[in-house]
Ligand binder design. Structure first.
Ligand SMILES: [Zn+2]
Length: 300
């Protein structure tokens, strides 16, 4: 994603680094008030620089100096002068070997979660299969979807159809959660909300805003579209934008997970042949239909 979401997440990480550095600087200034510490520390840095210039590793003498100044800090009961970064993997830079660090991915997901309105996800480990009755087909489906979350995503479109209340949203919330645990970037949205962004993107003349509004749908690593078919259909918008999202994601091999009350036959009627054929594409899609009663009624 090119979007501002990554920048926002990076700001959170940068702030952490800033606070850790500032705190370390403050601690160092306090420690420098002690002449013994100051002398040890300065000797240590001079030697360090000397070693670096010569391209040598830290000598035993330098190591000993470091030990000494640490001991002096302890004696003075002063806090460490090293920055205490929240993430030890990236030292609060957000990147490891040029790739997003887990801490940055976590922040990106937090922002996407807040913006999506889906504040709580579910966990595969806590699913109570009793609500689905005697039939164990749901158990099998949950297992299949969990293993997909751990796959190579060669199958990059999952279409889950079924009547209202059969548990489609619950299932995708488990999947979203599982993918986040595996450090993927996930955006879960309703078809209704996505469509509102389509309308905004269509209506604006500002090209940057136009693209910005579509960015997460076109570029987010994993996109979940809940309840396809419940949006307000508009000419010139619905079919074109939906096709663009599904098609571009397929071409970029970015996984898309769709739930709908419409089955595949109805998708073709409700939208068009192009959209249906991208969804149905046997080689790269998994389509499932959940039969069953309304669990929410059963629970009640
Ligand atoms: Zn990190």
């Amino acid at each position: 994603m090119k979007s501002t979401i990554i920048e926002k997440a990076k700001e959170v990480i940068d702030k952490r680094r800033f606070y850790a550095d500032s705190y370390a600087i403050k601690n160092k200034a306090q420690a420098f008030e002690d002449p013994i510490f100051k002398e040890l520390y300065q000797k240590y840095t001079e030697n360090m620089i000397e070693c670096a210039k010569l391209g040598k590793e830290m000598s035993d003498e330098v190591k000993a100096l470091k030990q000494k100044y640490y001991a002096r800090l302890k004696e003075l009961k002063l806090p460490s002068i090293d920055p205490d970064y929240s993430c030890k993997k990236c030292n609060d830079t957000g990147f490891v070997d040029g790739k997003y660090c887990q801490c940055l991915i976590r922040e990106i997901n937090n922002i996407l979660k807040k913006e999506s309105g889906f504040l709580s996800f579910e966990d595969f480990d806590n699913v109570k299969f009793e609500v689905f009755g005697e039939d164990d087909s749901m158990k099998k489906l949950y297992a299949k979807m969990k293993s997909w979350c751990h796959s190579d995503f060669h199958k990059n479109l999952i279409f889950i159809a079924g009547d209202t209340g059969v548990g489609k949203t619950h299932l995708v919330k488990c999947m979203a959660n599982e993918l986040i645990k595996l450090n993927h970037i996930v955006y879960l949205t309703t078809s209704f909300a996505m469509h509102q962004d389509f309308v905004k993107s269509y209506s604006t003349r500002d090209l940057e805003q136009k693209n910005q509004l579509l960015d997460r749908y076109l570029n987010c690593e994993f996109l979940f579209i809940d309840d396809l078919g419940t949006e307000l259909r508009l000419p010139n918008i619905t079919l074109n934008y939906l096709y663009q999202v599904i098609n571009e994601r397929k071409m970029k091999r970015l996984p898309t997970i769709i739930t709908s009350n419409l089955d595949l036959y109805n998708i073709k009627d409700y939208y068009d042949e192009r959209i249906a054929s991208r969804i149905i594409d046997k080689a790269t899609s998994i389509c499932v239909y959940i039969k069953g009663d309304d669990i929410r009624l059963k629970k009640a």
